[in-house]
Design a protein around this ligand. Structure first.
Ligand code: S3P
Length: 166
């Protein structure tokens, strides 16, 4: 089986679903955000603050380039990975792209009180999420090989759905 690449908005469940899938399939789990933080020795929030968003986007592309050729991995990406066309092409070279589609309520619930995600440190978080989702949803849909709804479902139900499809 090829690698599985999870895409989706912040708070859609990529990390928890990715970890569970990896354990069930006996594959290695890679959390791209975490790897980028480890490699750069800085938190994502610090990278955004000190270098800006586009620098972080380049780190994502650089990391994806190095994932090509790897096998047996479940990869959780950052929510903005689909913003660059170049990244979407790389995602398809790496594996089957699974979009975890969550509704706005689910996302707001899962990200409420978050202090780590730089793009959500704004006054009106709900409005910001709404705008970002509107902009990004078509890009997730276009990039996806498989679409799985995650709102109001248990992790077990979601991983079962993914296993049944792949
Ligand atoms: C981002 C999502 C974050 C992280 C960074 C930017 C985004 O990852 O990559 O804060 O642009 O949506 P998660 O989706 O894992 O929260």
């Amino acid at each position: 089986m090829s690698n599985i690449v999870l895409i989706g908005f912040m708070g859609s469940g990529k990390t928890s679903i990715g970890k569970t899938l990896a354990a069930q399939f006996d594959k290695k789990f890679i959390d791209m955000d975490r790897e980028i933080e480890l490699e750069s020795g800085r938190s994502i929030r610090d990278i955004f603050e000190e270098e800006g968003e586009s620098y972080f986007r380049d780190l994502e592309t650089d990391y994806l380039e190095r994932l090509q050729g790897k096998k047996n991995k479940i990869i959780s990406t950052g929510g903005g990975v689909i913003l660059k066309e170049e990244n979407v092409k790389l995602l398809h070279h790496i594996g089957t792209v699974v979009f975890l589609q969550a509704n706005v309520d689910h996302i707001i619930r899962n990200t409420s009180g978050d202090t780590k995600r730089p793009l959500l440190q704004v006054e009106n978080v709900e409005e910001t999420i709404g705008h970002m989702l509107e902009e990004r949803e078509p890009k997730y849909l276009k990039a996806a090989n498989v679409i799985i709804q995650t709102s109001n479902k248990s992790i077990e139900a979601i991983t079962n759905e993914i296993k049944a499809i792949l």
